[in-house]
Design a protein around this ligand. Structure first.
Ligand code: ADP
Length: 377
């Protein structure tokens, strides 16, 4: 079978008009990548128009998908990067206001998430292994401890670990044949993409598959009623992440980073991704921060310390707190008994609680500050 070329894709896109000219001539197509029949690109639109351009995005996707030799297409909407853009972010409704106005046009250009879900918060990281899932689990439980009804969606297609961390076994069921019932553990509802695929069966996720699976996990699960749905994002800042950030109607995102420089550079990429999709970044969490020796009680900074706080300040985003590097966190999170639930009085659990309080404060106040300006080095 013939493989589509970049020229083929551009020719197809030239057939799609936006106003009086086609999307390619208007310079709306950005980051076009064509590889072995898999096509991805971003459609840059005015942030004011936001979701109104969804039909245009779909038309572009369809036109490219119809080309011979195209196996998958991932097209995402992003905001213009003009210098004025960061002053034009739509205002966020507060958590309560979002719940009241769900579905109403006054709620802002971003569509609401699944019905009966107050706000969706993404936990993201620039790379794997920084403790993103550990933070997502304990943050969800800490939010529950603060009196919220909480759900946790494990969207980490590369290594779903939430079932293990929550100690969940078995498969979710459907009572009505339409919606999947979320599983429950430690007082929170949870669904993992790991429930939908067989363990030990490596899957190669293509853009549209990721989108379909994640849309289902959001919309075809009986989440309601929830105040907050925490989403454990796939690590990195590729297509899957961008798509999810765009499709999931996120109220905001938190970025998990270790203090190491390299992880911080990745955290910056995460920030930049959310900025482009107009998702407010609530701030950065430094994980595996201070190490307290279990024998002598002495503090040491194995991966350095304070880098996330500095980066957050530099980027104009908030620092949401630091989680110590502690054996008890590793043991409880890998043993299916998260520390925020099983030892709430411990300093480690209190660190998660402090972060949860900050996240909640972000959700409950409209964040109308301009999005941080990202300068990539
Ligand atoms: P990610 O989701 O970023 O890939 P995980 O949450 O799976 O990372 O964490 C990777 C490993 O690090 C796990 O074994 C986890 O228990 C451990 N871990 C995460 N955070 C901490 C911490 N603060 N202290 C000790 N171990 C941690």
């Amino acid at each position: 079978m013939a493989i589509a070329t970049t020229e083929d894709v551009l020719a197809a896109l030239r057939g799609i008009n936006d106003g009086d000219s086609d999307v390619v001539s208007r310079g709306l197509i950005q980051g076009l990548a064509v590889k072995n029949g898999h096509v991805s690109f971003a459609l840059e639109v005015d942030p004011q128009e936001g979701r109104a351009k969804e039909p245009l995005r779909m038309a572009c996707e369809r036109a490219v998908l119809a080309l011979p030799g195209v196996r998958s297409v991932t097209a995402v909407l992003t905001a213009h990067r003009d210098s004025h853009t960061h002053n034009h972010r739509p205002q966020r409704a507060s958590l309560n206001a979002q719940m009241r106005t769900a579905g109403s046009p006054q709620a802002g250009p971003r569509p609401q998430g699944p019905e009966g879900v107050g706000a969706i918060v993404a936990v993201a990281s620039g790379k794997g292994g920084v403790g993103k899932s550990t933070v997502a689990v304990n943050l969800a439980i800490a939010l529950k401890a603060l009196g919220k009804r909480v759900g946790l969606l494990d969207a980490d297609i590369y290594g779903p670990s939430i079932p293990r961390m929550l100690g969940l076994k078995g498969k979710p069921v459907s009572k009505d044949g339409k919606k999947l019932e979320p599983m429950e553990a430690w007082g929170i509802k949870a669904i993992s993409i790991g429930f939908l695929v067989e363990e030990d069966q490596p899957m190669i996720w293509r853009g549209p598959m990721v989108m379909t699976a994640l849309t289902q996990l959001l919309n075809d699960v009986a989440w309601a009623p929830l105040d907050v749905l925490v989403v454990d994002m796939p690590p990195g800042t590729g297509d899957a992440q961008l798509t999810l950030a765009q499709r999931a109607s996120l109220a905001g995102a938190v970025i998990v980073s270790t203090p190491q420089d390299i992880a911080l550079i990745d955290a910056r990429k995460g920030l930049a991704m959310f900025q482009r999709t107009q998702v407010p970044v609530f701030g950065i969490i430094e994980n595996m921060s201070t190490f307290v020796c279990p024998h002598c009680g002495k503090e040491s900074h194995i991966f350095g310390h304070g880098g996330a706080r500095e980066t957050a300040a530099k980027l104009g985003t908030d620092f949401l707190g630091e989680i110590p590097l502690h054996m008890a966190i590793r043991e409880t999170s890998d043993g299916g008994a998260p520390i925020a639930a099983t030892d709430p009085g411990s300093p480690q659990a209190k660190a998660f609680l402090a972060v949860a309080e900050k996240v909640l404060a972000k959700l409950e106040t409209a964040d109308t500050r301009p999005a941080p300006r990202i300068i990539m080095e």
